[in-house]
Structures are given as C-alpha cells and as structure tokens.
Design a protein around this ligand. Structure first.
Ligand code: PNW
Length: 486
C-alpha cells in the first residue's frame, strides 16, 4: 500500500534539507550562567509544584550550552547537513527588552561559527516557548500587543548579526501549541496571577504572534534584504474521521480550522481567520486591519510542519456550542474535537503523564497529511513543505538505565523508516513538493512538562555523566538519505 513503484530506487535532490533539531531551553542547561535571564519555564519547572511530571528542570539537561563544541563535532562526523537550534531570547535580552547581554551574543557567535566551520547549515528559531519572565510581569507576555515591538527588536538584532550564515529562519515554534491549551507551552491555567486565562488570552496570543511574525518577515525582506528563507513552524496532526458519518467529517474540518487554519488561513489563504473560528469565537477573536491582513498574507516562504502523528476524530461529546458559551474553556478539546486512539495496532509513545501518549506511529498518515497540506495551503501558491519536526518517544526507554539496551530503539527505528518512506512516496509518486525532513531530536532532552524521562533523542543521554550515545534510529535516519542519493 505504501508504494506503487520501486521506492528504494528513488533519488532525492541534492538540495533536500535534512537534519536534526533542538530547542534552547530543552538542551542548553546552564540556566543561571553567563547572564541569562529567567523565562516562564524556569518558573514553571521550579515554582509550580507538580507541573513537570517527573520533577526535573532544564537547569542542566544536556548542558549543550557548554558541550556544543563536541556536539557539533559529532554532527560533523555523522555528515548531518542541517542543525535546527534556537537562540534564547532571555539570554540575549535577560529582561526581554532593553539591556543586551553581550556574553550571550559571544556564545552564539561561536556556536554559529563552529557550525559553519563544520559545514553544517544552521536552521535558527528565534522563539521556542521560553518567553522572558520579565515580559509576563511587564504586560502578560504574548497576550499583549506590546510584545510585538520587543520581539521585533530581538529578531532584528539576531538576524542582522547572523543572516549571512543562516539559510533558514524560523520566527516562532508552534504557536498553536504555546498559545493553545492543548499542550503546556503557554499554559493559561497557570497564569491566573497575571489575568491570563481562557480563550481570549489564547487567541490574542495567537494574534500578536502572527503580527510579530509578519513584521519580522517584512523587515527581513524589505529592510535587511535577507537572503534566507523565513517561516514559522506549525504543529498539527493528521486528522482522520472515526467513521464515514457527516458528523465526523464536520468534526475533522472544524478541527483542522482550529489547528491549521487559525494561523495558516491568514498567511496562505485570505489574510483572515477561518469563518468557523469567527462564528464560534465571536469577539474573543481579534480583528486584522486591512494593512495587517496584507502584511500577514504571504508572510511565509515555505510551509514548515511539525507533524508527528495521526488523530482519529469524532465530535466533542459536550458539543461545539459549549465552547462559544463558556469563554474560560481552553480551546482544546472542548471547542474542537475528541480524538481517540483505537485498537488499530499503532505503536504509542511513552505513556508517563503526560509523556508522549499523544504520539501514535502512523507512517501512511504522514503521506496523507503532506498531500492534504499541499492541496489546502501550498499548492495554489506553488510553494514547498518541510517536515520540520517528527520523531518518537519509546515506551520504557527510560527504564533502560544500562546501556546498550537503550540504543536498540526498535520502535523509533520503525517510526523513522515508515515516515521517511511515506514522505518519499508523497514526493515522488504523489508530486507533493516536500523539500526537507528534520528529526526531533538531536539527543534526549527536557521534554517540557514531561521532563527528562520522556526521551525523544536520536542519541541517548546519560544524565549522570552527560555522555551521548548514538541510538540505532540515528543510523536508520542517516542511512535513508545516503540510500536516496544524499
Ligand atoms: C514539539 N502534539 O511539540 C516541540 O516543538 C518540541 O519542543 C517537543 O520536544 C517535541 O514536539 C516533542 O513533543 C509538540 O500534541 C507538542 O501533537 C505536542 C504535539 C506535537 C508537537
């Protein structure tokens, strides 16, 4: 079913983007070193009891902030051509704005220089969920439009400094996740002291993110004259209906409006939010001026999708009306959908709370999903898609304290084999213009509210010694590209 031709013979173009990913707070550690200011994640991990399931923090994690020379040397030895990393806003601006920490810039100068010297192209994300804590105190973070100017100033500093080395820029990582309540990137329920609760906060957060992204891209293209490509990274799942009923089809359509249309209808289609969001949310959803619409529309050079999994969708039990009626409900799942794991034989990720139980390994789903995204967003614009994150957290892997067990990560091997083959089939057999695949993650790291015990790495990390060990899946991943001409 996967392929109609001889999959193993298909060649990828030499400019295909492939590599591994990281994010600042998840891998850097050194949280109180060299002038870094606190972000919301220092507060969540240290001060909100029970917030991180296993009680760990990002204080040390992989200590990549100090071990990056050897981490980069290892990527070079593996011949991995792209490394996706985040610059930490609260390192560069410890208070979110104003005072600039030169030590942080000197650090990232060296990171970028070493990558370039190693022949590795950096994909640089400006914001991966670690909002400077001061900006929460100053004006409630992303819920205030004051953040737009501050994020723009930070972006301008970093992009001006590094543009000649960076072919791909990502303004923000997965705004659907950190603004939505689906996953605790920006958990509204934890900020009552700031008055940041409910749907209004989520959709203002999203709105300010879109406006900030669009202003950065406008400045990058027209003032800086940047030569790289810029986008933001989407997070969305392949939604398939539970049954053939029209109610299930409607729930899939509504779910896609919320998870994808929220940010992509403004950017790729109309310059405004989907009609279903407008009718469901009423005045909880902000408006664009005509000038803002024009700036947001077309503000991505390509479509970046963090696509890990498939959800089987049926209508929410309580009904869509409950969402509009109760504006303090989080958008997920009340407003949108119920998703269910059925007895379909999918491998499911590490099931600690919350772990990665949301993650089902559905290889053919990624092919369906790429086709859907091209048809809906990029196809009419003639643009391309990059699978900017995908990966798997093995159940039980954290119990394998003794090497080499943890290095034989068979389910992750199966995941990458299946997903990459289906991506190739989508590209070659279906004609989907997919131009890249970046695996999450470079090594095990701090998995947000799941902490260090949910492991997503292609390299195993011993958190006592901080040594890294390649897992079998790393070789699966690298060998795939070699086999297909890279
Ligand atoms: C991504 N979902 O988040 C993030 O960009 C990474 O920081 C994170 O470590 C990685 O995936 C693994 O979780 C996602 O519920 C969070 O479908 C949730 C979902 C998808 C991606």
């Amino acid at each position: 079913q996967v392929t109609t031709g001889n999959l193993s013979s298909y060649q990828l173009p030499s400019d295909f983007v492939w590599g591994v990913a990281s994010a600042a707070y998840q891998v850097e550690g050194a949280a109180m070193e060299e002038g870094r200011g606190p972000s919301i994640w220092d507060l969540l991990s240290h001060r909100v009891h029970g917030y991180v399931a296993d009680g760990t923090t990002g204080d040390i994690t992989d200590l990549h902030y100090y071990l990056y020379p050897q981490d980069i040397a290892r990527l070079k030895a593996f011949n991995i051509p792209y490394f996706s990393l985040t610059i930490s806003w609260s390192r560069v601006f410890p208070f979110g704005r104003g005072y600039v920490n030169e030590q942080a810039l000197a650090h990232y100068d060296d990171v970028i220089q070493r990558l370039v010297d190693a022949g590795i192209k950096p994909i640089v994300t400006l914001f991966h969920w670690d909002t400077p804590l001061a900006l929460m105190n100053d004006y409630n973070g992303w819920t205030s439009d004051q953040i737009i100017a501050d994020f723009l100033a930070y972006a301008q500093l970093v992009m001006t400094r590094y543009d000649k080395y960076v072919p791909i820029w990502v303004t923000v990582n997965e705004p659907q996740v950190y603004c939505g309540d689906e996953y605790p990137g920006f958990p509204s329920g934890y900020w009552p002291q700031y008055g940041v609760t409910g749907l209004r906060a989520q959709f203002y957060c999203g709105h300010n993110t879109l406006l900030a992204h669009a202003q950065i891209v406008d400045w990058y293209r027209n003032t800086l004259g940047g030569t790289g490509r810029v986008t933001f990274k989407n997070s969305a799942n392949n939604f398939i209906p539970n049954t053939t009923s029209s109610a299930d089809a409607a729930a899939v359509a509504r779910g896609n409006d919320f998870q994808l249309g929220w940010f992509n209808s403004p950017v790729w289609q109309t310059g405004d939010y989907p009609a279903s969001l407008r009718s469901t949310l009423g005045d909880l959803l902000p408006n664009f001026t005509a000038a803002e619409s024009a700036m947001v529309l077309g503000s991505c050079d390509f479509f970046a999708i963090d696509g890990y999994t498939t959800d089987i969708i049926a209508p929410a039990a309580s009904g869509i009306a409950d969402c509009a009626a109760n504006s303090s409900d989080p958008a997920w799942p009340t407003c949108i959908q119920q998703s269910q794991v059925t007895a379909s034989g999918w491998d499911v990720g590490f099931a600690a709370d919350p772990g990665a139980s949301w993650l089902k390994s559905d290889p053919t789903g990624v092919r369906q999903f790429l086709n859907y995204l091209q048809k809906t967003y990029t196809g009419p614009k003639g643009k391309d898609i990059v699978l900017s994150e995908f990966g798997f957290a093995e159940p039980f892997e954290n119990n394998f304290t003794a090497l080499p067990d943890a290095r034989y990560d068979q389910l992750r091997v199966d995941y990458f084999t299946g997903y990459l083959n289906n991506l190739l089939a989508a590209k070659v057999e279906d004609g989907v213009n997919v131009t890249g695949a970046v695996a999450w993650g470079v090594f095990d790291n701090f998995e947000w509210s799941s902490g260090l015990s949910t492991r997503f790495g292609l390299q195993y990390v011993n958190y006592t010694t901080l040594e890294r060990y390649p897992k079998a899946s790393l070789f699966t991943f690298m060998d795939f590209f070699k086999q297909h001409g890279l």
